[in-house]
Design a protein around this ligand. Structure first.
Ligand code: PAF
Length: 282
């Protein structure tokens, strides 16, 4: 496995693989890798001859009051995680390599970014789309893999790829959870023991919603209240949002009469956690 930090080195390797007729799967990450990332790598490995993992904590997608400085980083541990999964190349650039001092071009997907995290984190998806476009152009993959945990990010990237004609297949992979149901996330490492116990309330609220739906409940207001009540019982938890939106448009829905994404963001202590589930209308 190669670990490179320069764009030129990635291009050199990618050119050789393409010349040899090999396909490339890309797993873009911000590092501090966990089993969720490794499941993306496993899918990439299964579908492609070569796998590239990018590790870059992208300053552009963090708001001024967010956790850019404290975001967990451990490249040595990440190398082991990638090696275990048979990754061929890690691209771990510096911010200077990615953004030259005169950098001034952006990719901004409209509409889908108005709601959910787009509304709560202004500029976040512009940062994500800009860096992902750059990573696509640097690594020229056939397929790129993203987790369903970041459901809005996945929808936004699919729209960007359609709109801008990137010749790349975007593959969404299922949420990977801890044994108690907490979705795996690099940010889980911020949680104290008590916060970690409290954090299971996101998944419990999803379970509750799914039980209500299984019993026939279709009113979003009723399901939303029950989820809210459950989370509010946790003194360490503070709801940022719980939203039910149409799976394609990400516009709010009031009844479960279409494919629906239920997405939630909850602060546990100072840590903002997200989770979601999809209701498929038959
Ligand atoms: O999901 C992430 O880790 C990041 O948003 C991504 C896609 C690597 C872009 O920085």
């Amino acid at each position: 496995m190669k670990v490179v930090t320069s764009i030129a080195d990635v291009r050199h390797q990618v050119k050789a693989w393409h010349l040899a007729g090999e396909t490339i799967g890309l797993v873009p990450t911000m590092g501090y890798l966990h089993e969720g990332h490794q499941s993306l790598m496993a899918s990439a490995k299964k579908d492609n001859q070569r796998v590239i993992v990018t590790i870059f904590v992208n300053p552009m997608q963090f708001g001024p009051k967010e956790d850019l400085a404290s975001y967990p980083r451990d490249l040595e541990r990440d190398k082991i995680a990638c090696e275990q999964m048979g990754v061929d190349l890690i691209f771990a650039p510096t911010a200077e390599e990615m953004y030259t001092p005169c950098f001034n071009s952006y990719v901004d997907v409209n509409g889908l970014t108005d709601a959910l995290c787009g509304e709560k984190r202004p500029g976040h998806f512009k940062g994500v789309c800009t860096v992902v476009s750059k990573l696509f152009n640097i690594t020229c993959p056939d397929r790129a893999y993203f987790g369903q945990k970041d459901a809005q990010q996945l929808a936004v990237i699919k729209q960007m790829v359609r709109d801008l004609n990137f010749d790349i297949e975007i593959i969404g992979c299922p949420i990977v959870r801890e044994t108690d149901g907490l979705a795996k996330s690099s940010r889980n490492s911020y949680l104290s023991d008590n916060e970690r116990k409290a954090a299971v309330c996101l998944y419990q609220s999803i379970e509750l919603a799914n039980t209500m739906i299984a019993k026939g409940e279709r009113s979003v207001a009723t399901i939303h209240s029950a989820m809210q009540l459950l989370i509010e019982q946790q003194s360490l938890a503070k709801i940022d949002y719980i939203e039910f939106v149409d799976l394609c448009s990400l516009k709010p829905v009031s009844q479960l009469t279409q494919d629906t994404l239920c997405a939630l963001a909850v602060y546990v202590g100072k840590t903002r956690l997200i989770d979601n589930f999809i209701y498929h209308f038959h």
